[in-house]
Design a protein. Structure first.
Length: 615
């Protein structure tokens, strides 16, 4: 038994911690391109200092040569070579090499991290995808590869600015150590600015996630195909479009306000550095006048002052970009960090027992959704015997669907246990457990693939490529479609079972609701040898005549099978060996159809309310 809980919002750590985490992920995912970009940025950062140092040596060499009468070109050659090397490290030249590493890093991160995010999302307990807090996390973590690439890219730009400023700053040591310390001190406001603006962006991003998710939902409504009928009949377009506009405008205004605030704050360190650079230029002129500097050193350091101005601009721009990028990267980290404790460890437990000897038992099972104060199922005791067909009936909200999800292992009990032949669910191998059950949900999904593939998905190894289908694959699909009632219309499609369904692919054919349901039922029959069958309102989209026909097929196909039927229509429940009545999360009645009618309780009242349907 595992206690389900929703984690608290992620601790909003700073830009520095997020940067370190991003670097770890990037280097584990794509170490080659990451190293290449790091080296290139370090070279670019050191390039200006090397150029300034070369200019100092070149001017001094030429000056000394003129004063000594040695006008041979060789005295200047080493410094010219050094200067040319510094030019090679310039962005205009090194860009071509950077681009190769840059494209590779983007591709590797987007592929691997999106794959990891999808795998993590799929591995989460089902409740996580049904809670607003987790949907917010999932929303914020979208495009993780892109977000971590941008974070890494801008952190390298910021690192390049730091390296460049340190390298240039220490050139002033020979003139005066105090000038070096003064220039280093001008970098401190940038560190403060990065931390402060990072907190601003984090608070903003976390505060607007829910609103953005609602706005995106409205956008889906306005552009979706299935939604258009009701939107147009009820004239909802303008109303929803206005709601979308107001939500987006509000978020945009908040972003603009923060951007303007960051711009104003960014002027502070720039102003400090401007004043400091102006003062240093005056000091350099004073030292030159007193012959405490050579001409070459003065020119080089004066160029260094100019260079520090461009560095300050780069650092300010880097901070403005790095803070929102860190917010995005933090959202990715938040998702993975909170998902990790909830993902079950790889299970190499025992297989689902086939055939079952004792059946499935619910023993004092209680289940409570994390976001709800009251349990949906309370102290439930239930035994599904091998080869028995049991119908679960009850009003909406009685807990029928929750019971099905527990039975399928999609939820874990808040308390109590579920066992098969005495083996706890959490002790069984999950993959083998999944292969041992077959289910038809009321809210089944329409897989818009070729008809054969949409049915064939019921078998995990079915190839999603028509050219790869073997004779056994085709026979299995045809057999499942015959049992599920999809064969007649599937063969009449333009390309038969090779015809794409829905609207997604070219030359696709849309089906009616009842036809889609027959495809879903046929998909379940791809696991004809399943040990446990669950039919969750499988005929909701069918008319009474088709329902009666399909249930006759179920009765024949599931003879001797262990099956659980969930239904609102009590007429179909009569095919079951036993009927269980749920009310407010508890079993209130149990027996055959006739036994429950004679009991004169909840089942009889439900039957009498529906009796006119079966006359």
């Amino acid at each position: 038994m595992i206690q389900i809980s929703i984690p608290a919002p992620a601790k909003r750590s700073g830009v520095t911690r997020t940067t370190i985490w991003t670097w770890r992920v990037v280097w584990r995912t794509a170490p080659g391109p990451a190293l290449g970009l790091l080296v290139i940025n370090l070279i670019e950062g050191l390039g200006p200092a090397v150029g300034i140092w070369a200019i100092r040596g070149l001017i001094n060499a030429v000056t000394d040569a003129l004063q000594s009468g040695n006008r041979h070109f060789s005295v200047a050659l080493p410094w010219l070579i050094a200067f040319l090397i510094s030019l090679i490290a310039s962005p205009q030249v090194i860009w071509y090499i950077r681009e190769l590493f840059d494209i590779r890093l983007q591709q590797d991160l987007r592929h691997e991290l999106e794959r990891r995010r999808m795998r993590t999302s799929f591995s989460l307990p089902l409740f996580a995808l049904e809670e607003s807090a987790w949907l917010n996390r999932l929303q914020r973590s979208a495009e993780p590869g892109k977000k971590l690439y941008r974070m890494y890219f801008y952190s390298l730009i910021f690192l390049q600015g730091i390296v460049q400023s340190l390298a240039v700053t220490f050139l002033f040591w020979k003139a005066s150590p105090w000038l070096t310390f003064a220039l280093l001190a001008t970098l401190l406001p940038y560190g403060w600015l990065m931390g402060y603006t990072g907190r601003l962006w984090i608070e903003h991003a976390y505060g607007q996630t829910e609103r953005n998710r609602r706005a995106e939902y409205i956008a889906v409504l306005l552009t979706g195909r299935r939604e258009q009928k009701e939107l147009r009949i009820y004239g909802l377009h303008d109303f929803l479009a206005d709601r979308w506009r107001r939500w987006r405008a509000s978020a945009h205004q908040e972003s603009i306000a923060i951007k303007q605030r960051v711009e104003r704050l960014g002027a502070i360190p720039v102003l400090i550095q401007f004043v400091m650079n102006a003062g240093i230029a005056v000091v350099l002129a004073f030292l030159l006048a007193r012959n405490q500097l050579t001409i070459g050193l003065f020119v080089a350091l004066f160029q260094g002052v100019t260079q520090m101005e461009s560095v300050s601009t780069r650092l300010s721009a880097g901070i403005r970009e790095l803070s929102p990028m860190a917010t995005d990267a933090m959202a990715v980290r938040d998702f993975f960090d909170h998902a990790a404790p909830l993902i079950p460890a790889p299970n190499t437990g025992v297989a689902f027992p086939q055939p079952m000897q004792e059946g499935i038992r619910f023993e004092h099972v209680t289940f409570t959704y994390p976001s709800q104060p009251r349990p949906i199922l309370r102290d439930l005791n239930f035994h599904l015997r091998p080869g028995e067909r049991v119908a679960i009936v009850g009003a909406n909200g009685a807990g029928k669907s929750t019971l099905v999800k527990l039975l399928l292992g999609l939820y874990e009990p808040t308390s109590g246990s579920i066992t098969v032949d005495g083996i706890r669910y959490d002790a069984m191998d999950r993959e083998q457990f999944q292969q041992a059950v077959s289910v038809v949900f009321q809210d089944f999904y329409n897989f818009e693939l070729a008809a054969a593939e949409s049915i064939g998905l019921g078998r995990p190894d079915f190839p999603l490529d028509g050219s790869a289908h073997t004779t056994d694959d085709v026979d299995a699909v045809r057999k499942a479609a015959l049992l599920g009632g999809a064969d007649d219309f599937a063969q009449s499609l333009p390309r038969g079972y090779a015809t794409p369904l829905g609207y997604t692919m070219d030359d696709a054919v849309e089906l009616s609701g009842g036809q889609w349901q027959r495809v879903a039922i046929s998909r379940a029959y791809m696991r004809e040898d399943a040990a446990l069958w669950i039919l969750d309102e499988p005929t909701a989209a069918l008319d009474p005549s088709a329902e009666a026909e399909l249930y006759a097929q179920f009765a024949a196909a599931l003879a001797g099978r262990t099956a659980l039927l969930i239904s609102h229509r009590l007429g179909s429940a009569r095919m079951a060996d036993r009927i269980v009545v749920l009310e407010q999360g508890q079993i209130v009645e149990e027996g055959t159809h006739n036994e429950l009618l004679n009991l004169g309780g909840t089942y009889k009242r439900m039957w009498e309310a529906q009796a006119k349907w079966y006359k």
